[in-house]
Design a protein around this ligand. Sequence first.
Ligand code: DC
Length: 236
Amino acid sequence: MSRSLIVTIDGPAGTGKSSAAAVLAERLGFDMLDTGAMYRTVALLALEAGISPADGALIAAALDRSTLQVDFSVQPPIIRLDGRDVHLRIRDHDVTAIVSQVASHRDVRHRMVEAQRQVALTHAKLVTEGRDQGTIVFPNAVVRIWLDARPDVRAHRRADELRAQGIAVDDAAVLRDIANRDASDRGRAEGPLRQPSGAHVVDTSDLSFAQVVDRLETIVRESLAAAKVGCGGMSA
Ligand code: DC
């Protein structure tokens, strides 16, 4: 088990986890890991190799022939697929449409969980966000956070993000997409989306982005103080 100081942030789509985790990590002087970006990169790999998102064994085999590298020289860090910067490509609709199915396969998840634990071995202070970080990957993390928001708020935020990228969207369609992805992430047998035990719960529905980050920073600093660990220290 890693001796790194780990803060996990889990929650459903559209709660603003990645953006909040990136700013929180910067404030605390921690590194940040976006595990959704890792699964998105696997989905891109499947798309590019022409592998069905339903075929976990073939995707896992393709993964074994490829390199997924988290590049911490960029802030926030990006994932490289065989050396290629794919951080914009993995946000495209075709990737988003299949990522939940790709992420449901045991063979894929085991490889990602292992890769995430490897990252923690070389990053002594890590904010990591996803769906299973506080439940499966780092259940002993010193701080576990569950970020949530009402579905309509999450859909509205995601639609605004897409519009900001110049993509025309309809809120109702985005809401359906988010609801489907959540149901799939919650319903899978392997590493399902669920609230970690002992997690600090933050409902972001009626909070601004700045308020969310402030709340998270307070939670982490108070938890570390209670555990008698400074931001520069190591967990036992
Ligand atoms: O956070 P995101 O939207 O980039 O995540 C993309 C998908 O990856 C999401 O549908 C669920 C999956 N995922 C997962 O299964 N486990 C994680 N730790 C992170 C993401």
